[in-house]
Write a protein of this length. Structure first.
Length: 265
């Protein structure tokens, strides 16, 4: 009888320990946003989230307001639905808001890279060198030169001044900013007596355009990699993504604005 009781107590302790590790007993603390853990321990709302992210977030917003925390496959993720509130959260001190733990997990899942101990210090040193003071001035000037090269290279063409072009706003901005940023970070084609400056700029445009289209192929796959999906056959054609399923973490919107423009200088 005593042995049966001991086994039952051991099982009960193990069960309570497992539920604790799965976050079953986690409660909302003072000052925290509303917490919604769902009905399934550890999994939480992940099934509904994957099925239709947009509708899930819309339902949570109606239930809890603009800011809420939900449990998704063992993670507690806080969503901020009001973009005007982003600044207040990002400006909080590192002790209250630190992205390093989640970033390390995401990088390991997507790229298979495990960060070393001083990765963060190296990144900080690089950011301080290139994104502050004199380094920022050099980077800003390089960005401006590359933006002008990509956007105004046909400005001297008389026919181009009167020709209206039609683009999608997001796609146009994404293309230009990505290419200019790439050229600013990794450098431009050198020019000398053998190759003119205009030829070098033309190579920059062609090289960055080709890289942009290759990057877009990978960018379409990134949400699947982030969520842990895996293609059964890596060589098969990648189907179009249903963007209604992804409420965050995806750069491409489900709608885009068409606009017309022409160069005037």
């Amino acid at each position: 009888m005593a042995s049966v009781l001991l086994i039952l107590l051991t099982f009960l302790v193990a069960l309570l320990g497992a539920l604790y590790l799965l976050g079953f007993f986690r409660q909302r603390q003072p000052g925290e946003p509303p917490l919604d853990k769902g009905l399934i321990p550890w999994l939480g709302h992940v099934l509904e989230f994957r099925r239709n992210t947009w509708r899930f977030l819309e339902r949570m917003e109606k239930k809890h307001g603009d800011v809420f925390t939900v449990q998704l496959a063992g993670f507690y993720i806080t969503f901020i639905q009001d973009p005007m509130s982003f600044g207040a959260f990002v400006k909080e001190s590192r002790e209250k808001l630190d992205f390093r733990k989640f970033a390390s997990h995401l990088v390991r899942r997507v790229f298979g890279y495990s960060s070393i101990q001083n990765d963060h210090d190296i990144l900080n040193a690089s950011s301080n060198r290139h994104l502050k003071g004199d380094g920022l001035e050099v980077m800003t000037q390089a960005m401006m030169v590359n933006l002008q090269n990509l956007m105004l290279h046909n400005v001297d063409s008389s026919s181009d001044r009167v020709t209206w072009r039609e683009e999608k706003l997001f796609a146009y901005c994404y293309n230009i900013v990505f290419r200019a940023g790439y050229l600013s970070l990794y450098g431009n084609e050198p020019f000398d007596s053998k190759i003119s400056q205009e030829k070098a700029k033309e190579k920059d445009r062609a090289k960055s355009e080709a890289l942009y289209h290759e990057f877009r192929k990978y960018d379409q796959l990134f949400p699947r990699l982030a969520y842990g999906f895996e293609l059964i056959n890596p060589d098969e054609e990648i189907p179009e993504i249903d963007y209604s399923r992804y409420g965050f973490g995806t750069m491409q919107p489900d709608r885009d604005l068409q606009f017309r423009y022409r160069l005037r200088y």
